[in-house]
Each structure stands twice: as C-alpha cells, then as structure tokens.
Ligand binder design. Structure first.
Ligand SMILES: *[C@@H]1O[C@H](CO)[C@@H](O)[C@H](O)[C@H]1NC(C)=O
Ligand SMILES: *[C@@H]1O[C@H](CO)[C@@H](O)[C@H](O)[C@H]1NC(C)=O
Ligand SMILES: *[C@@H]1O[C@H](CO)[C@@H](O)[C@H](O)[C@H]1NC(C)=O
Length: 350
C-alpha cells in the first residue's frame, strides 16, 4: 500500500491540459507515489484519458516514466547550461511558458528529448529485470564477430519504442481539432528523438580472460546514457529546420519553409516559429533574459560573456573559495589536507 505524497486532486490540477510533455511534471509530483494501485493512475487522468489506460495496463512502467521525467529535466539543463536559453523553464512543468508551449526550436528539443527519455528508461528497465512484461530477450539475430560471443543482457529497445511511443504520443494524437501544424510538429520531433536513440544502439562488450587479457569477449546491444542522446539532439537543435504544414496531394505534410531547401530527414528537429534571442526578459515570448547570468570572460563560446550578455557587458566581482590544499599522504592510509582560501574573479552579465 503506497500513498501518494500529493493529494490526487492537486496533482490533477497541476498536470493541467493535454500536451505531449506535460508528464514531465511527474519528475517532482510522481516521485512520492508508489504506483502500485490502479487508482494512482487517476493522477494522470488529468493529462489525457489515453494515459490513464496506458498507465492502468502498465502500472509497473510508471516508475520508469517518472525516472524518464527526472532525467529529461536534468539532461536538458546540463546540455543547455551555458546558453542564453538554459532550460530553466522546464522546471515549470506541467504549466510551461510560451517558450515550450509554442512551436519553437526549444520546444522541439524538449519534445524529442522527452520522447527519447521515456523509451530509454523503459528499455533499460526491461534489461534490469524490473518490468515483468519484458525482458532483455535473446541475442541479436546477426552473427557474432570472430572474437566475441553474444551474452549479457541487452537493452530492450523494441519494447521501449512501443510503449514509449504510446506514452509520449497519445496525448498529442488525441488533443482535439485545431492547431494541427503544432501537433504534427510535436509528433515529428518525438519520433525524431526516438530515431536518434535507436541509431545510438551500439554493441557493447566486456572482456574476460586471464588478468583482463580479453581472450574472451561477451557483447550485447546497449544504449548510451541519456546525456549522450541529449548532446546529439542539441546538434539537431542547432541545425533545426523551420517548416510549414502544407497540403501536398491529399494530405497535409510538414515541409521546409524555405523553398529549395533539402527534404526533411526523419531525425531532423523541426519548428514553426522563430524564437526570440532570449537576451532580454519578454514574458509573452517566454524569454527570461540573461541579466545576472554568470559568464566566462575567456570563452568565445555561447557561455562567453560576449555572447551570453548579448553585448551589454558584464560586472566582475570576487568570491572567496575554500579548497583542500597541501595534501599529504600519511602511512598508512590516509590523506590529510589543509584548507586554503583563494579569491576568484567571477563575471555576471549586465
Ligand atoms: C523485449 O521484450 C519482449 C516482450 O517481453 C520480448 O518478446 C523480446 O524478446 C525482448 N527482447 C528484445 C531484444 O526485444
Ligand atoms: C538560467 O537562466 C535563468 C534566466 O536567465 C537564470 O535565472 C538561472 O539562474 C539560470 N540557471 C543556471 C543554472 O544558470
Ligand atoms: C572559461 O573558458 C575557458 C576557455 O574556453 C576555459 O578554459 C575555462 O575552464 C572556463 N572557465 C570556467 C570557470 O568555466
């Protein structure tokens, strides 16, 4: 018997209306829930009825969904740490601001990452044996190499894709009429995130044999950490394609807005509207501005003071840091250090 840490009705309100990434709110609100009784799924029903059914049928999977939400939040913030838009607004989940609700590049990135994360978490959970409905399954059908054999326990990507898509896409698919362009963009970006994840499935090996001689190798198919997927998706974000939703033949499709531009690839991230530069606060556009952000004076990258402060300049201040220093090894077996104080210069945007 587990009791939700948050009263169900409150959570229901927090989750608000249906959209594809509202479930990221579970990063916080879902972590205290046991997810072992079907009434816990009522907490999700506020998002969309399909979630309720998916949840009830796969109650065990909810722990993976909650983990995926938390991993999406931290991977996004880490990946965008030095950028003008630094993903801090993802913490508002489930009541996002305009930067993530409209068809922006930033929204494209978060939708792709969230879709990849839920698939990733489920595929991993299958392999670790924590989901009764799936397993790490049999060895890949391709023949092993001359120097290794299949073994270990691979991540169950196919199961993760199946259930992950059901989870990430269902609220978009059922979000009613209107705004079909935005819906098509969300679906495309979610699928792109899953495709990038699938492409990253790789053969991983472990060596055996006398003192690590690697005379025997066992290999399996495994996924990299979500951080690696997030940086791959950040390159896609930087190269994202602006699209329109246009009637082509009998149905509407997403096509690059600039005519003559190459065709869309499955793994392209797509967006509908240009983002602000995020330099100055603008509430209707979801920009927080970069005033008081810490910047790096010697970097020419996005975290450098020039770019991050948008040419406004910066203020310097000194901060005292206390560090371990003059460490000595004592026989046997400890290290003793002194504490030193040092002044460091820091810079914040004007
Ligand atoms: C994944 O789980 C499904 C469902 O249990 C199973 O049929 C399959 O063999 C598993 N393994 C892989 C690699 O797909
Ligand atoms: C991210 O940006 C916001 C708005 O500029 C700022 O308030 C916040 O401190 C930043 N977060 C980090 C970790 O730098
Ligand atoms: C600032 O940027 C420089 C050059 O990219 C780098 O070597 C240095 O470690 C950075 N400093 C901090 C505090 O991140």
């Amino acid at each position: 018997m587990g009791h939700p840490a948050v009263p169900p009705t409150l959570l229901l309100c927090q989750l608000g209306l249906a959209a594809a990434i509202q479930w990221l709110g579970l990063a916080e609100s879902g972590s205290g829930v046991a997810w072992d009784e079907s009434h816990h799924c009522g907490l999700l029903a506020g998002v969309v009825p399909e979630h309720f059914q998916t949840c009830r049928r796969n109650l065990e999977v909810m722990h993976s969904v909650v983990r995926a939400a938390a991993e999406t939040v931290s991977a996004c913030q880490k990946t965008f740490a030095g950028m003008r838009w630094n993903c801090s607004s993802i913490l508002r989940a489930p009541s996002f601001g305009p930067d993530l609700l409209r068809g922006t590049r930033e929204s494209a990135f978060v939708h792709a990452l969230a879709a990849a994360a839920v698939t990733h978490a489920i595929a991993r959970a299958c392999a670790s044996g924590s989901l009764p409905l799936c397993s790490c399954g049999s060895a890949p059908s391709e023949a092993p190499g001359p120097d290794f054999r299949w073994g270990g326990c691979g991540d169950n990507l196919s199961y993760g894709l199946q259930l992950g898509a059901a989870f990430a896409d269902s609220p978009v698919k059922s979000s009613g009429p209107g705004r079909t362009a935005l819906r098509a963009v969300k679906l495309h970006n979610g699928a792109a995130g899953r495709q990038v994840l699938s492409d990253s499935l790789d053969t991983r090996c472990k060596c055996h044999g006398v003192s690590g001689s690697c005379s025997v190798k066992t290999c399996w198919k495994g996924l990299p950490g979500l951080g690696e997927i997030a940086s791959e998706l950040k390159s896609k974000y930087l190269a994202a394609v602006r699209v329109t939703h246009r009637l082509i033949g009998a149905r509407k499709q997403l096509v690059p807005k600039e005519t003559g531009f190459r065709l869309l690839k499955e793994t392209d991230l797509v967006y509908l509207i240009n983002s602000p530069d995020y330099c100055v606060p603008n509430v209707p556009l979801g920009s927080l501005g970069t005033q008081d952000r810490q910047c790096n004076k010697s970097s020419v990258g996005s975290e450098g003071c020039d770019l991050l402060c948008c040419g406004r300049g910066y203020n310097a201040y000194t901060e005292e840091v206390v560090e371990r220093c003059h460490c000595r090894y004592h026989w046997c077996c400890y290290v003793a250090c002194k504490r030193c104080r040092r002044l460091v210069e820091k810079y914040v945007c004007k």
